[in-house]
Design a protein. Structure first.
Length: 254
């Protein structure tokens, strides 16, 4: 009998965390053989160091999805949409950990680049990982999620933060209000009318991520994403603190 989804997610998260730790330990040995960071080695191996940051970011994303499912389940709201979204996300990100993470259009970090081929083999052998790779990001899953979205079923957000929930709600209302006008403009390849831009400016939808734009109607909120290349998005950052290799996040700026 197949494992329940929650069990698969927990198993896969733990396996991914072990993989990230193996990558971290290998990188520490390579960059700090004496216990202290060797700047010359870091300069030489910056591609690998950057790759570790992406691995850690991806594992953090898996952990966040698992925690989201736990919150939704505890609230008694875990339905078809939430299960499919979680399975799809895990299937895709686990495949990237094993097959390669695109850090940019021309840079892909793979287990072999990280000296983590054996660790990747152990990750791929985990029962939860195998199940999610096989049944997560499939054409059928994507098609069903698309159909649910077309029917107005997007899944429960359960962000676990009342402030984020309260910020999200007015933006959803704005999106629902202007979606059709913007869609027509896009189809006709027309410019957005200035009166519509002015209305959105007064709602505070411009300059959200830049404090210096507050006087123009922004809110100084920073965006959240996985890629560090975009304005306001979050990317991984590997760094040494007192000789200890750590992982953090780097928020992009426009």
């Amino acid at each position: 009998m197949a494992e329940p989804l929650l069990t698969q997610l927990n198993r896969a998260t733990a396996a991914a965390e072990r993989y990230a730790e193996a990558v971290r330990n290998g990188l520490r040995s390579a960059l700090a053989p004496s216990g202290q960071l060797d700047s010359a080695l870091l300069e030489r191996e910056q591609f690998t160091a950057h790759g570790y940051a992406w691995v850690a970011t991806t594992v953090a994303a898996l952990r966040a999805v698992r925690d989201w499912v736990d919150r939704v389940n505890e609230a008694g709201q875990l339905g078809e949409a939430e299960r499919l979204i979680a399975a799809l996300g895990f299937g895709e990100y686990l495949a990237q950990l094993l097959g390669g993470i695109a850090m940019s259009q021309g840079e892909v970090i793979r287990p072999a680049d990280l000296g983590a081929t054996e660790a990747a083999t152990r990750l791929a052998a985990d029962e939860g990982v195998r199940a999610l790779l096989a049944n997560g990001n499939t054409p059928e899953t994507r098609a069903r999620i698309a159909q649910l979205a077309a029917d107005g079923v997007f899944g429960v957000t359960a962000l676990g933060d009342r402030t984020l929930e309260s910020v999200r709600e007015p933006f959803r209302r704005v999106a629902e209000e202007i979606a059709e006008p913007f869609h027509r403009l896009h189809l006709k390849d027309e410019l957005i009318p200035l009166d519509l831009i002015e209305r959105d400016r007064h709602r505070g939808t411009f300059g959200l991520k830049q404090p210096q734009f507050l006087r123009f109607g922004g809110n100084g909120i920073r965006g959240v994403g996985r890629n560090g290349a975009e304005d306001g998005a979050v990317g991984g950052l590997a760094y040494f603190d007192g000789g200890e290799l750590r992982f953090g996040v780097q928020i992009g700026h426009g």
